[in-house]
Design a protein around this ligand. Structure first.
Ligand code: NAP
Ligand code: HSE
Length: 434
């Protein structure tokens, strides 16, 4: 490859992230050129709506609504895909790579579902595909997993990797905010996905966990392998009771290598207040990785938002630009081992928090204890939280010892069928740190 003094960028998307990328490429052009060793200039920007006002205004002639103007433009060396969604983003990425263009993407949905296939094509075509911004916004984590931690056998990964839900949970816990108001605030800050159900139902975190687990365990983990539960069924009381018991509630993404396979799951969890992840609030994300050599390492920072995400996208652009400028041509690849079995959630062993609304009368606890005892679920503590004398109801919170998920699911069904149980309010897994 020959050395180059000018590198062309084709930007696909000019929303929260794309506007940040355009702003930095234009306003910090000298710094970027110094770091790249060549000038880096935007050649075209793909949008849907040409007349929409933008957070950062660019010369009108750069905007296009025709993807061919980017993909087919010979002046574009690096296509930066920050549109989101599976299609047409995937199609544009494949076409760009097929034409020998390097690609930077922030798209976790595309990378979680098709990452290994796209990386294989990139290798064949001799180009780079980088995707640092697809997980945890401004936190460098894809790079460290692919380089600095590569010599480790990674045994576990625990993470808060969705800024929107962490913002909502923090607001609900510390400021007693209403769920829908906190979600609207997260959307106004530009943290939420185009369809915020992807955030609140845990799907965005599942995509990110699939990407991280594929890299960490060198096996293909698909988004559909990840057991996924969101935060919509949490009640405001759970935050109060959890705090009284010494825990915070977080949406955790967990991957763990066990003897018979890999556990990969996203769900709300009680996290002991003294551990680092319990203190990660607002839009901040954190990823804790356990390696046989490194021990426990934690990456912490802003997991969403225009400039933090732009930081990750620009880091990838600069890496590729430097290579082009100096005439070297590394390609992206992913070396995967044979498939590791994914363990079903029913095989999980963990502790549980349960909030039940029950009749306030003699013998109630005995009936509940019998159901749990018959299924070998051992009770660690029971606390009666509130009593409503008018309707003769009481709210109780049960903490269990380590139990099997399959038994807990059976217990929930049996408890729901008891006359004395008015409602099973919440069942939340408890994550312990040793
Ligand atoms: P966004 O604000 O919704 O912006 C999307 C942009 O893409 C818009 O400019 C839109 O054009 C354009 N676009 C979408 N579909 C298109 C199509 N079919 N043809 C042409 N243009 C199209 O999204 P975002 O928040 O910037 O997110 C972009 C990507 O970054 C997503 O993959 C997201 O998951 C990822 N990401 C976002 C964040 C964050 O904090 N927001 C953090 C990390 C990663 P119009 O403006 O004309 O509608
Ligand atoms: N919607 C995502 C989040 C954006 O809230 O974390 C960053 O990927």
């Amino acid at each position: 490859m020959t050395q180059r003094s000018e590198i062309g960028i084709g930007l696909m998307g000019m929303g929260v992230v794309g506007s940040g990328v355009a702003r930095v490429l234009m306003q910090k052009s000298r710094h970027i050129a110094q770091q790249a060793g060549a000038s880096v200039a935007i050649q075209g920007i793909l949008v849907r709506n040409l007349s929409k006002p933008r957070a950062f205004e660019v010369p009108r002639h750069l905007l296009t609504s025709n993807a061919e103007d980017i993909i087919g433009n010979p002046a574009v060396d690096i296509v930066v895909e920050v549109m989101g969604g599976e299609e047409p983003a995937l199609d544009y990425i494949f076409k760009s790579i097929s034409l020998g263009k390097h690609v930077v993407t922030a798209n976790k949905q595309v990378m979680a579902k098709h990452g290994p296939d796209i990386l294989t094509l990139a290798r064949k075509k001799g180009v780079q595909l980088l995707f640092e911004a697809s997980v945890a916004g401004g936190i460098p984590i894809i790079g460290p997993l692919g380089k600095d931690l590569l010599a480790n056998d990674i045994t576990a990964l625990r993470a808060i990797i969705n800024g929107t839900t962490n913002y909502i949970l923090t607001e609900m816990s510390l400021n007693h905010s209403d769920f829908s108001i906190a979600l609207k605030e997260a959307q106004a800050h530009g943290y939420a996905e185009a369809d915020p159900r992807n955030d609140v139902e845990g799907i965005d975190a599942a995509y990110k966990l699939a990407i991280l687990s594929t890299l960490a365990f060198h096996t293909r983990v698909r988004a559909s392998d990840v057991h996924c539960e969101g935060i919509t069924s949490l009640g405001s009381k759970d935050f109060r009771y959890a705090r009284e018991l010494g825990y915070n509630i977080k949406l955790l993404a967990i991957a763990r290598q066990e003897k018979k396979g890999l556990q990969v799951r996203v769900h709300p969890a009680l996290v002991p207040q003294q551990v680092l992840l319990a203190k990660v609030d607002g839009v901040f994300n954190a990823i804790e990785i356990e390696g046989d050599l490194s021990g426990r390492v934690v990456f912490h920072g802003q997991g969403a938002g225009s400039l933090p995400t732009t930081s990750a996208v620009l880091g990838d652009i600069l890496e590729i630009a430097r290579n082009i400028a100096s005439g070297i041509s590394p390609t992206s690849s992913l070396l995967l081992r044979e498939d590791i079995a994914i363990k079903p959630i029913t095989e999980l062993n963990t502790k549980y928090y349960m909030r039940l609304n029950v009749a306030d009368m003699p013998g109630v606890l005995a009936q509940i204890a019998r159901v749990l005892g018959d299924l070998k679920i051992s009770i660690a503590s029971v606390i009666q939280k509130e009593t409503d004398e008018k309707v003769q109801a009481a709210e109780i919170v049960i903490m269990t010892h380590t139990s099997r998920e399959a038994s807990m699911q059976q217990a929930i069904q049996q408890l729901k069928s008891l006359d004395i149980v008015r409602n099973v309010g919440s069942v939340i897994r408890v994550e312990e740190w040793s």
